[in-house]
Ligand binder design. Structure first.
Ligand SMILES: *[C@@H]1O[C@H](CO)[C@@H](O)[C@H](O)[C@H]1NC(C)=O
Ligand SMILES: *[C@@H]1O[C@H](CO)[C@@H](O)[C@H](O)[C@H]1NC(C)=O
Ligand SMILES: *[C@@H]1O[C@H](CO)[C@@H](O)[C@H](O)[C@H]1NC(C)=O
Ligand SMILES: *[C@@H]1O[C@H](CO)[C@@H](O)[C@H](O)[C@H]1NC(C)=O
Length: 214
């Protein structure tokens, strides 16, 4: 909640903060880590592990069913941003759905047209090991009324991404990040997906990584 309040305050700040031309949106490195997704009702929409290839622009996210959270449903997604498709995998019954992806926007990246807000320290700025210096960015998603606020470390590791929809908000939080792809298999198309045919997108549906949690 504190993070959400902080972010809202910061979004309001943007109106009065001049754009800082010395900052350019950074791109996250290859990573493995944990991610949680919570909506504005406080419902946990997913907790699990992710693998991200920043060069091939592929993202895998799998919920961890042993971290039992009441509102979490099992989800296993493989996003192929460059190819414009994604797979919803059900490893239990070896089934797979292949769908069109309508945006390459995702919570681990900062869009190139994002606006820099500020640099600040979480925790202490002066006590060794007790603080974290972060950059905060904000912006609007293209063709939509969705506003976002993102915070990243100085090395561009994501901390959190908040998306504000008309109907509510989604907060993605990243933890335990390692700057490597620990298991490249996670980013390969599973055998049960190889033969999957591209499904039709229902009228009015926009597929994005974020929309999988709404
Ligand atoms: C990310 O990992 C992929 C696959 O191992 C590799 O090809 C690519 O060069 C890496 N990118 C960076 C920026 O290290
Ligand atoms: C799921 O979470 C449990 C408990 O934290 C952990 O021991 C296990 O390694 C996790 N599994 C995966 C696949 O991340
Ligand atoms: C899970 O949520 C449902 C509905 O919100 C509730 O009825 C149930 O008691 C909850 N279960 C646990 C274990 O919290
Ligand atoms: C696999 O399981 C999911 C959910 O349990 C179900 O929706 C789906 O229809 C199943 N697919 C097949 C091919 O059995």
């Amino acid at each position: 909640m504190y993070a959400a309040t902080l972010a809202l305050v910061l979004v309001c700040w943007t109106a009065t903060t001049l754009a800082d031309h010395h900052h350019h949106p950074c791109h996250s490195p290859n990573m493995t880590g944990h991610m949680s997704v919570v909506n504005s009702k406080g419902e946990v929409k997913g907790v699990g592990s992710f693998t991200f290839d920043t060069t091939a622009r592929r993202l895998r996210f799998k919920t961890n069913d042993s971290i039992s959270v009441n509102t979490t449903h099992s989800l296993d997604l493989l996003m192929l941003f460059d190819e414009g498709i994604f797979y919803e995998i059900d490893s239990k019954n070896q089934s797979c759905e292949k769908k069109s992806l309508h945006t390459t926007v995702h919570p681990l990246d900062i869009p190139d047209d994002a606006t820099f807000i500020t640099t600040m320290n979480i925790g202490s700025a002066v006590i060794e090991g007790e603080g974290l210096k972060i950059n905060i960015w904000t912006g609007l998603l293209p063709d939509s009324k969705v506003a976002y606020t993102k915070s990243v470390t100085m090395g561009c590791l994501p901390l959190s991404s908040l998306y504000y929809y008309e109907s509510g908000a989604l907060t993605f939080t990243f933890m335990n990040i390692e700057m490597e792809i620990k298991d490249p298999e996670q980013l390969a198309v599973p055998s049960c997906c190889q033969a999957a045919a591209l499904e039709d997108t229902p009228e009015g549906t926009v597929h994005s990584f974020m929309n999988e949690f709404i």
